[in-house]
Design a protein around this ligand. Sequence first.
Ligand code: ZN
Ligand code: ZN
Length: 172
Amino acid sequence: MKQNDHLKGYPKAKQLFRILGPILAVIGLLFMIVAAIDFFSAFGTFEQPDQFYLFFIGGPLLFFGLAMSSWGYMGDIARYGAAETAPVAKDVTNYMIEGTKESVTDLVSGIASEIHGNKGPARVTCSCGEVNNPGAKFCDNCGKPLVKTCPQCQADNDSDARFCSECGAKLN
Ligand SMILES: [Zn+2]
Ligand SMILES: [Zn+2]
């Protein structure tokens, strides 16, 4: 808190500018409108536009009003950009990195388990729907043989295999 003491007058000047800026801008704009109405209403007549000097007051007033209000609010926008947007952007970046990491990890572990699953002993699903333990030769549920033993090389094949995966012999 103490390190901000020297900035104490700063927000007050800003607050004044924030209030004064739009007021000046509005007054300036009104002056210009009055001047313009006077100018154009005097156009068709032979009258001199006697209110036209307001244009030269309203113009600078509008300009300074806009400058003051933009200065008054600009700091906020800058601070908003620095303090508010940065953590959000950081969070989003972190989130995206985390998400990417997670999805990459998922993908890698998915591929790993896929490879592992294909290499390791697979659970055998019977035609009745029962999932039997790896290496089971007969169904737990209905007793049907889950493997076809090759008559030629004695290798175990899936019960629905038509040819031996080891030697290519035709299975019954
Ligand atoms: Zn079965
Ligand atoms: Zn075989």
